[in-house]
Design a protein around this ligand. Structure first.
Ligand SMILES: NC(=O)c1ccc[n+]([C@@H]2O[C@H](COP(=O)([O-])OP(=O)(O)OC[C@H]3O[C@@H](n4cnc5c(N)ncnc54)[C@H](O)[C@@H]3O)[C@@H](O)[C@H]2O)c1
Length: 252
């Protein structure tokens, strides 16, 4: 088993990439706190995990609130005695042009995607340092944190921040042996992309001309958490099937 007895907190664990990662981690021997504000979805994830004998519990959290994220990390340590891996993955995506900026949507997106990740890094690292754990913190950025697409201003801003928070936090936490890594998925077949206009076309941005599956992202997020990936630190790893490496050709 690749993550035997490791304790992980996964935000956004009720759906998509977070759920797939919770399943992968527990299948590899980790104990997981499945955190999400969608309690029902998180419970479903935990049921799936328990159906194959995996170890997981649910925790309801709104990652845009620092107090709740600190309580989540406390809960993980109370339950499983330590924390080795924090996967700051919860996120939302709504279309919004800069010239039609909706103040509420802008703050909501930054609250979850940007501040939620900052709070996760802060709470987990503080706890890891206190426990003397040389842990790993993984943040979900996006190809949209590296390149822009028309009409997603708040999302781009928030994911660009995740890229820089990963570098900055990795530097601050290196003295404690804590690694901080970002992952930047391309288009992954989850509920998050359902609202995109002409979404089916977007698979053609990938080398394989297929959507990436949440399970494929989970496989890499598992490898990055292993000590064998120790030299990956402060980097944002592109999990995009080449999307950012070539000029997309939607027509083919
Ligand atoms: N699907 C893609 O193509 C894609 C591409 C790049 C990056 N991402 C990123 O991957 C991450 C996971 O997205 P996904 O595709 O699995 O989407 P998803 O919608 O399936 O899952 C997102 C989860 O986050 C949870 N969440 C939202 N706001 C929350 C909050 N305030 N507190 C706690 N939980 C909250 C939702 O309830 C949901 O379970 C997100 O950060 C997203 O931006 C997705």
């Amino acid at each position: 088993m690749l993550l035997n007895n490791k304790v992980a907190v996964i935000t956004g664990g009720a759906s998509g990439i977070g759920r797939a990662t919770a399943l992968k981690y527990t299948n590899e021997g980790a104990k997981v706190v499945v955190a999400d504000y969608n309690e029902e979805g998180a419970n479903e994830t935990v049921e799936l995990i328990r159906s194959f004998g995996g170890e997981a519990v649910t925790y309801k959290v709104d990652v845009s609130k620092f107090g709740e994220v600190k309580a989540l990390v406390d809960f993980a340590v109370d339950t499983y005695k330590t924390i080795d891996i924090m996967f700051n993955n919860a996120g939302i995506s709504r279309a919004n042009l800069i010239n039609e900026l909706n103040e509420e949507l802008y703050h909501q997106t930054l609250g979850v995607n940007q501040h939620g990740v900052a709070y996760g890094i802060a709470a987990a690292s503080n706890k890891m340092i206190g426990l003397g754990v040389k842990g790993v913190i993984i943040n979900t950025a996006s190809v949209y944190g590296i390149m822009a697409s028309r009409g997603f201003f708040p999302y781009h801003v928030s994911k660009g921040a995740v890229v820089m928070m990963t570098k900055s936090a990795a530097l601050d936490l290196a003295p404690y042996g804590i690694r901080v890594i970002g992952v930047a998925p391309g288009f992954v077949s989850t509920p998050l992309i359902k609202g995109i206009r002409e979404v089916e076309q977007h698979k053609n941005y990938h080398m394989r001309k297929e959507f990436i599956t949440p399970e494929e992202i989970a496989d890499t997020v598992c490898i990055l958490a292993m000590k064998e990936a120790n030299v990956v630190n402060g980097s944002v790893v592109m999990l995009d099937d080449g999307l950012t490496s070539f000029k997309g050709h939607l027509s083919k």
